[in-house]
Design a protein around this ligand. Structure first.
Ligand code: SOE
Length: 388
């Protein structure tokens, strides 16, 4: 980019925990700038914009979407606003980056997918764990045949931030979060990661869902990871799942399981993925993301450290530091944002970078979660993922 070229303008709607990481990642790019922020009220938007050094602050999504300096809109609102905000952005011809899940249900997702395609805008959903260098290493090793034919997948995403009955999140309210709670929030990441790494889609599921904490007590606060609440606590009955065990079948014949829970003491952000092939296995643990376990039948097991000089070239480009220099959650998040903005820069009609999850990919993930809900409701039976 020459000095005279205008930077890509980013506007963020919904400045919560995750929104601030979108802002940081865009700022690291160099060829984009954060020009505007919108919150549900003008005064809170101004305060948050000032804190983050952002010039324009708006009290509604519509005002931000209309800002001519905003080229890419990041939708980090609660789930129930994903559909109207993303749709308005698409209708205004803006590129759109949404938090997951893409929308509340498969129908809304399909409408967004089709509208984004018709409008010809870049569209992406933040399945950010794809951005980890060693996740890409797994993917490339599997594609290169280094573990033989994949046969089994074991994924887990375990957290404990909802363990206490005096914790609460809007994700637990079906009107704000959707019919699924833990699966939509973090099971979605697990399925996306498994599909991305083995290069095959989940076609059917058998799910057993549970709600361990059936009554919660809240003072009205609903932010993730905000801890035990105190003060004037009111009871809320919970219907959505906080644990889930699911069996999976993939299009290419691979079988697998995922376990998901948000009330499991000691598990902070414990996303893990293991792929077993006929000649070797790979196991990656998000909380130890700089290491990849390689299991072998007829040779010693090994740990591959995140060292670009030891990694496959396509994966090594996602590692920014030499071996032994630890990279983290925010770096993987940045890798995803960098790929999305590379696509914006190249133009929406240029090929979609493989690492990016589009609205079409994310629609499929919501269809998987929907099949899991249907499987559980039907008495834990196999259910096909219904794509349209
Ligand atoms: C809460 O469970 C949460 O913030 C998720 O919403 C994110 O997607 C995950 O990356 C971390 O945990």
């Amino acid at each position: 980019m020459s000095a005279a070229q205008k930077k890509i303008g980013m506007g963020l709607i919904g400045p919560g925990f995750i929104g601030m990481h979108h802002i940081d990642a865009v700022r690291r790019l160099g060829f984009a700038e954060v020009v505007a922020l919108a919150d549900h009220k003008a005064d809170s938007a101004r305060i948050k914009a000032d804190e983050a050094g952002i010039p324009h602050a708006y009290g509604s999504p519509e005002e931000l979407i209309a800002d001519p300096d905003v080229d890419v809109i990041h939708n980090t609102t609660p789930n129930h606003l994903h559909f109207p905000v993303s749709m308005a952005a698409i209708e205004a011809g803006k590129h759109i980056v949404s938090e997951k899940p893409l929308a509340m249900d498969p129908d809304q997702c399909r409408r967004l997918r089709d509208a984004a395609k018709a409008a010809g805008v870049v569209n992406a959903v933040m399945f950010n764990y794809r951005g980890n260098p060693l996740v890409q290493q797994m993917r490339d090793m599997i594609a290169a045949g280094e573990i033989g034919t994949p046969v089994f997948v074991k994924g887990q995403y375990l957290q404990d931030w909802l363990t206490d009955d005096k914790t609460y999140s809007w994700r637990l309210d079906p009107k704000l979060g959707g019919a699924s709670s833990a699966l939509a929030d973090i099971g979605s990441h697990t399925c996306d990661l498994a599909e991305h790494v083995i290069g095959s889609k989940i076609v059917s599921v058998l799910a057993d869902l549970g709600t361990i904490v059936k009554t919660r007590y809240t003072n009205g606060s609903s932010h993730a990871f905000s801890g035990t609440q105190s003060g004037d606590l009111k009871p809320v009955e919970i219907a959505g799942e906080d644990i889930a065990t699911v069996m999976l079948r993939f299009e290419n014949g691979v079988r697998g399981t995922i376990t998901v829970g948000q009330v499991l003491p000691g598990h902070k952000n414990d996303l893990q993925l293991e792929i077993n092939g006929r000649t070797a296995s790979l196991h990656w643990v998000q909380e130890k993301q700089n290491e990849l376990w390689i299991g072998r039948y007829n040779a010693a097991n090994a740990i591959l450290q995140k060292d670009p000089s030891l990694m496959l070239p396509a994966a090594a480009k996602y590692a920014h530091l030499p071996g032994g220099h630890q990279e983290a959650w925010t770096d993987a998040f940045y890798n995803m944002v960098k790929a999305i903005y590379g696509w914006v820069q190249a133009g929406p009609s240029s090929p979609q970078p493989e690492i990016v999850s589009t609205f079409a990919d994310a629609t499929h993930i919501t269809e998987i979660v929907d099949a899991m809900l249907r499987s559980n409701a039907a008495g834990n039976v196999w259910m096909n993922v219904e794509g349209k």
